[in-house]
Design a protein around this ligand. Structure first.
Ligand SMILES: NC(=O)c1ccc[n+]([C@@H]2O[C@H](COP(=O)([O-])OP(=O)(O)OC[C@H]3O[C@@H](n4cnc5c(N)ncnc54)[C@H](OP(=O)(O)O)[C@@H]3O)[C@@H](O)[C@H]2O)c1
Length: 291
């Protein structure tokens, strides 16, 4: 099993839950993200609750050109990487096609993703030992979603990039496993407490993701219900798909305290609307232990 695990995007949601799980398995952990106070608090918690493991953290913004250097430094600190998990990402509905939202999503989920995953491949190759890259894309990677164009498009980029890396790795004889994790809705700060059909509890999704990573799966659908949904909607011809108002029909419920009259609705597997000034990530969300 992987000994040294680096998790990008560990300050909340799935990344944070995965950090707890791999620490409990006895792995040394290095965590990164932008919110330093959360990284510090999680690092402290992991050390206190898992005797004998080493924990490192660094503030890394995947959009920064410095990210590869900082990631390499984190890898040096922990003593080389066995498993790199890319859980960093943002997502917003954008039915008004606000350019700031589209561009920030592309910078984080496309450029930031490629920048960091590419660095992880280079690190693994330079170590001369086998290793694994696991990235959380989404079921949203499987079709263009009218309510979240940049989100679904960048998730498709991630899924294709990971598939390409698997092919490259085999062609070149690298001992690198590449795992594409594709969840449907998971109850994380990304959804801002709103309730969607088929939303999975964080602990449920995180447990399945750990299992898929340990089994070195190529592609892991979280969970089987979303796999069926994606098979069904992949079967639809483009002309029919384009006529479906996915994300524009009221199928989710608002939390009582945040109920608003005319808020746009989310696309399946997609995230919630945030204002452009909130688009820097999930800074307003409170951390919380998953069950
Ligand atoms: N929740 C869902 O329903 C769902 C469904 C399918 C796929 N996913 C995917 O799962 C991944 C994790 O999302 P989540 O649900 O766990 O949401 P989350 O709780 O909002 O976590 C997102 C993580 O990404 C990090 N991040 C965002 N921008 C970053 C940047 N510029 N540099 C470095 N880190 C950055 C955040 O850290 P900082 O803000 O501290 O930087 C945070 O740790 C995302 O890629 C998301 O698209 C989620």
């Amino acid at each position: 099993m992987a000994k040294n695990v680096i998790i990008m995007g560990a300050t909340s949601g799935l990344g944070e839950a995965l950090a707890r799980r791999f620490a409990a398995l006895g792995c040394d952990i290095a965590i990164a993200g932008r919110r330093t106070e959360r990284l510090e608090a999680l690092a402290r918690e992991l050390r206190e609750s898992n005797e004998g493991i080493r924990v490192f953290w660094d503030m890394i913004d995947v959009r920064s050109p410095e990210a590869p250097l900082r990631l390499s430094h984190l890898s040096d600190q922990i003593g080389g990487v066995d498993l790199y998990i890319h859980a960093s990402g943002i997502g917003h509905e954008n039915t008004s096609l606000e350019p700031t939202i589209e561009l920030e999503t592309a910078e984080t989920n496309a450029l930031g993703f490629v920048r960091c995953v590419d660095t992880a491949v280079t690190l693994l190759r330079s170590q001369g030992r086998d290793g694994q890259i696991a990235a959380i894309s989404s079921v949203a990677s499987t079709r263009g979603l009218g309510a979240s164009p940049a989100y679904s498009a960048t998730k498709a980029l991630q899924a294709h990039y990971l598939e390409a890396l698997r092919q490259m790795s085999l062609a070149k004889g690298w001992d690198i496993t590449v795992t594409d994790i594709r969840p449907g809705f998971v109850d994380t700060p990304l959804l801002e407490g709103k309730s969607y059909p088929m939303t999975m509890p964080l602990a449920y999704a995180a447990d399945r993701i750990v299992k898929a990573i340990l089994a070195k799966r190529r592609v892991a659908w979280i969970d089987w219900k979303y796999l069926l949904l994606c098979i069904a909607w992949r079967c639809l011809p483009g002309m029919l798909w384009e006529r479906l108002p996915v994300g524009f029909v009221p199928f989710r419920t608002e939390p009582k305290q945040e109920k608003k009259a005319a808020e746009p609705k989310s696309a399946a597997g997609g995230p919630e609307v945030k204002k452009p000034e909130e688009a820097a990530g999930t800074a307003a969300n409170e951390p919380g232990k998953d069950k």
